[in-house]
Design a protein around this ligand. Structure first.
Ligand code: ZN
Length: 303
């Protein structure tokens, strides 16, 4: 009997939603057990046993066309990194790098005069955000905007800044998906008009999505990612077989909330169902999983 070992804790990365202010811990209605945290409250109640986090910021202040607030050294992400590092020196802190929670229109980049997303202006802004996170001490930055050339632009900006230790994690194979709904609820980041299909891959076109991973590796990514995970296990496996880089899989909000809802309705048992889905992701070849289940590791893998 050659059963897989239980996946170790360091293969789990917990996505965390940050909010401004103090003393805040607000449950996200569509994601039971997940909260929006102010920095102080997150540090005070940080779940034991979590080894890695992926931080998502937002602003309640001024939002503009280019999302300037995303690069503010006083922003929630830039403040959370050193606060977490001080409290938990061994914690690995990754950050999401995007603009959609900071732009007035909710898109991942500014518009050009024709009203289309201005790819190059977006890359320039994303590079500024990544550098601000690196300066704050992030172990890795993960640009999620899906702009062409964003990896190369950020790599160049980090090099120019003299940053060599910050990993560059690419959301390299990211599909337009129905599974992001609860996340947008958490981040208040649904576009006010239009959608993001223009810069996310179609699930009917897996080859294009795979090519994005190859391109991002060439542009200097240190790790690749497939998002979502569960309906894209074939793609995790294919990316895995084409690279020697770590392959992360993002077990997205909808995948988490579906199991939560089914368990609540009595259609399955919560933790066994979560465990089965997580084994599937590792079996497909993921090196690490970015998952909302991370703080529930003990309950999920208790035997
Ligand atoms: Zn975005």
């Amino acid at each position: 009997m050659f059963a897989m070992d239980k996946p170790s804790r360091d293969r789990f990365i917990w996505p965390v939603f940050l909010v401004e202010g103090e003393g805040r811990k607000e449950e996200i209605p569509s994601m039971p057990g997940q909260f929006r945290w102010s920095v102080d409250r997150l540090v005070a109640e940080f779940p034991q046993g979590v080894k890695n986090v992926l931080l998502f910021g937002q602003t309640e202040g001024e939002k503009d066309e280019i999302g300037s607030a995303a690069a503010d050294m006083g922003g929630v992400v830039q403040r959370a990194i050193p606060a977490l590092k001080r409290a938990f020196p061994d914690l690995v802190v990754f950050t999401d790098v995007c603009l959609c929670a900071y732009t007035c229109h909710g898109h991942c980049g500014p518009h050009d005069p024709e009203g289309d997303i201005d790819n190059d202006a977006a890359c320039e802004m994303l590079a500024r955000v990544a550098v601000s996170h690196a300066r704050a001490g992030a172990d890795g930055v993960a640009p999620s905007a899906m702009m062409d050339g964003q990896i190369a632009a950020i790599r160049a900006a980090l090099d120019e800044e003299g940053v060599t230790k910050t990993l560059l994690i690419s959301y390299s194979t990211k599909f337009a998906s129905t599974m992001y709904g609860p996340f947008r609820d958490a981040e208040n980041s649904a576009p006010s008009k239009g959608d993001r299909q223009g810069y996310q891959a179609s699930y009917r076109d897996p080859d294009t999505a795979l090519r994005e991973s190859v391109v991002d590796e060439e542009e200097g990514a240190d790790a690749l990612m497939v998002k979502p995970a569960l309906w894209y296990l074939d793609l995790i496996s294919k990316v895995r077989s084409r690279t020697l880089l770590p392959v992360m899989a993002y077990n997205v909000s909808g995948e988490y909330s579906m199991i939560q809802a089914a368990a609540k309705a009595g259609y399955c048992d919560l933790y066994p169902a979560a465990r089965e889905s997580l084994y599937a992701i590792f079996r497909a070849g993921a090196t690490q999983v970015i998952s909302y289940w991370t703080p529930f590791y003990d309950e999920i893998f208790k035997d």
